[in-house]
Ligand binder design. Structure first.
Ligand code: NAD
Ligand code: UDX
Length: 463
């Protein structure tokens, strides 16, 4: 079967870039990305590519090439489902905030809504592709909803988890380490798998396209994120031991990373991992393990989260202690609010939690981030619900000039590893700060020797 019309439900960080690349590489396939969020769709359709709802290096060029050729963004969800022979589900699957599994399980209500909508609208056979990250065996639930519609339409369900990382999404999509496709191990299932393999094989080498059964594919996604996050928590755990022993975590990471069995990636000590995926997916893994009675397995993975929370808390505590245990009324400048560089995404960013702890002590936080809006920062802090919104407004200021943000500050904390921070005139920044002037480098990116020569007192995680 040859796919000629794709619909993707969910025009977010995954649906948007993924479909843009699929459309660019397959000019013969019409790709329609739909969403219930009208503002988001309008932004995807904006003439000015700077207004795209997601900032990703290289994304504007891909969208410019494919949009209105064979790539379309629309709010007509029913129409796009009806016309498609392959439907990707790429909606959000956040951690549940209510009921059973609150704070742990993935909230699958948006997935179920999609399945019901597909069931209601479809008049022709379709391949349904799980692009969202889902608990293992979700395909079973989707299948049960789709197969009980009574309209005779046949569905095949595939799992095709997305491994892109934000900030490098286009690069990751253009040259993925692997594309994973899971499907039913039946004749019809193999045909559906092959149809999706054909979509990717227009640009991904065959040896990088892996096919498995549904459950292996679903579980591989949670596992990959758990392993990656576990490396960050492992090096962060060691960063504290380095600080008390005189070892340098950068040197330790470099030394162990040379071992080909360990490898050099994901060993950068930090103020803690953020992002919409790591915490959510590990919590989900813990919940699934517990639901099968596998308590030791659950405890093992939960420790990755405990360590990450501790690292954020430890960084904030270090700032408070260093500033003589009193930061009330002091201005502390944050460089960075996004959860990593080259993205405007702030979900679960360490900056939010560090700011929250410092505001508890009544510090004033002046934030500069090249891509995050003031409104986003306020809403991130308000979402925690720690204090009244008016109070957050009083203590948190977004400043769109880094030198202005650092002016008259007692301390600077680096929360995101944006490259531009390295190129600032640090002498000028120093001259305009209160003394002693402190820098807390939560990302280990600055030239610390140089800063010390200027006169800064510098704290670096893991040194
Ligand atoms: P997102 O919140 O950016 O986008 C999801 C979109 O789906 C939203 O715009 C929302 O309005 C839309 N939506 C929800 N229900 C809908 C419905 N019934 N009909 C139409 N639209 C609907 O989320 P995201 O970051 O793109 O993540 C999507 C999925 O991909 C999640 O399961 C996530 O775990 C997974 N994932 C994310 C990343 C990442 O880096 N963000 C990477 C890999 C996998
Ligand atoms: C992650 C996975 O990498 C990706 O494969 C999956 O599809 C989605 O989840 P993402 O969250 O976008 O991607 O970014 P990632 O580069 O993994 O970084 C996650 C967090 O870990 C960031 O806050 C980052 O700063 C932090 N990190 C990463 C470290 O602190 N140290 C490292 O060595 C690597």
């Amino acid at each position: 079967m040859k796919v000629t019309n794709i619909c993707c439900i969910g025009a977010g960080y995954v649906g948007g870039p993924t479909m843009a690349v699929i459309a660019q590489k397959n000019p013969h396939i019409k790709v329609t990305v739909v969403d219930v969020n009208e503002a988001r769709i309008a932004a995807w359709n904006h003439d000015d590519l700077e207004q795209l709802p997601i900032y990703e290096p290289g994304l504007d060029a891909v969208v410019a090439e494919a949009r209105n050729r064979n790539l379309f963004f629309s709010t007509d969800v029913d129409g796009a489902i009806d016309a498609a022979d392959m439907v990707f589900i790429s909606v959000n699957t956040p951690t549940k905030t209510y009921g059973k599994g609150k704070g742990m399980a993935a909230d699958l209500k948006y997935i179920e809504l999609c399945a019901r909508q597909i069931a209601r609208v479809s008049k022709t056979d379709k391949i349904i592709v799980e692009k969202s990250t889902l608990p293992v065996r979700t395909a079973q639930a989707i299948k049960s909803i789709l197969h009980n519609t009574g309209n005779g339409v046949k569905f095949q369900i595939l799992s095709n988890p997305e491994f892109l990382a934000e900030g490098t999404a286009v690069q990751d999509l253009m040259a993925p380490d692997r594309v994973l496709i899971g499907g039913e191990q039946t004749e019809e299932g193999f045909k559906a798998i092959q149809a999706l393999v054909d979509v990717y094989s227009t640009w991904v080498p065959d040896e990088n396209i892996l096919t498995t059964n549904l459950w292996s594919s679903e579980l591989s996604k949670l596992t990959a994120n758990a392993f990656l996050a576990q490396r960050v928590s492992s090096i962060n755990a060691l960063s504290e031991l380095c600080e008390v022993t005189g070892a340098n975590v950068g040197e330790v990471a470099n030394a162990i990373g040379k071992d080909s069995r360990i490898g050099p990636k994901f060993l950068k000590a930090s103020v803690g991992f953020g992002g919409s995926c790591f915490q959510k997916d590990i919590l989900n893994l813990v919940y699934i393990s517990k639901s099968y009675g596998l308590n030791e397995v659950a405890d093992y993975w939960e420790q990755v989260i405990i360590m990450n929370d501790y690292q954020k808390h430890r960084f904030a505590t270090k700032i408070i202690q260093t500033l003589y245990n009193t930061i009330s009324g002091k201005k502390i400048a944050f460089l960075g609010w996004a959860f990593k560089k080259d993205t405007n995404d702030t979900r679960e960013s360490a900056a939010i939690y560090v700011a929250d702890q410092l505001i508890d002590e009544q510090a004033t936080i002046a934030v500069y981030d090249p891509k995050v809006t003031a409104q986003q920062m306020e809403s991130d802090l308000n979402y925690l619900g720690t204090r009244a919104e008016e109070e957050n407004e009083r203590f948190l200021m977004a400043i769109n000039d880094p030198y202005e943000a650092c002016k008259d500050a007692h301390a600077i904390a680096v929360l995101t590893e944006w490259d531009e921070f390295k190129t600032y005139d640090w002498q000028k920044i120093y001259d305009n700060m209160l003394k002693p002037a402190f820098v807390f480098d939560g990302r280990g990116i600055l030239d610390h020797k140089k800063l010390e020569t200027i006169g800064f007192q510098v704290y670096v995680i893991g040194k």
